[in-house]
Design a protein around this ligand. Structure first.
Ligand SMILES: Cc1cc2nc3c(=O)[nH]c(=O)nc-3n(C[C@H](O)[C@H](O)[C@H](O)COP(=O)(O)O)c2cc1C
Length: 136
């Protein structure tokens, strides 16, 4: 059984560009080894993550992520069994000041387009909220 999780959280400390790029690359590799697909965005101190894969693996990973002291205020907005795998690989992005909102929404909605229609709509709303509540 496949399972999908989405959450939003706040970084506990200021990560610089190099640190965040290093962590994202390391986690991307680990997820690839576990055949876990997803999205990880970092924007002005906040994370947005979607994880999808074999249920036991996703739940085990998420249980470690929840205990990780590098972030706090974790709000899980999706936790659902999914019938068929729908995400393609693992996309990560550090959203900085000069980003194109329409391009970002389009790219990430494209990434989830294989998912159940209701989940897609929910994720799109969370993604838009995540992007629009950024305060510089
Ligand atoms: C916001 C956030 C997202 C994370 N995402 C992942 C992830 O997608 N994959 C992963 O392996 N670890 C991720 N981690 C790290 C895990 O919490 C944890 O440190 C790691 O899985 C433990 O692996 P280790 O015991 O082998 O070091 C994330 C941590 C944070 C703070």
């Amino acid at each position: 059984m496949l399972h999908a999780i989405c959450y939003i959280s706040t970084a506990s400390s200021d990560f610089n560009d190099t640190e965040i790029a290093g962590l994202m690359a390391k986690w991307k590799q680990k997820n690839s080894d576990l055949d876990i697909k997803g999205i990880l965005l970092f924007s002005v101190g906040n994370f947005f993550q979607v994880l999808e894969g074999e249920k036991a693996k996703v739940l085990e990973l998420f249980s470690g992520v929840m205990k990780d002291t590098r972030h706090t205020s974790i709000i899980q907005v999706l936790g659902q069994d999914v019938v068929k795998g729908s995400l393609d690989g693992y996309k990560t992005e550090h959203i900085t000041r000069n980003f194109s909102r329409p391009d970002l929404i389009r790219d990430y909605c494209e990434a989830v387009k294989g998912m159940d229609r209701t989940i897609q709509e929910q994720l799109k709303k969370f993604l838009e909220t995540f992007i629009d509540t950024r305060v510089f």
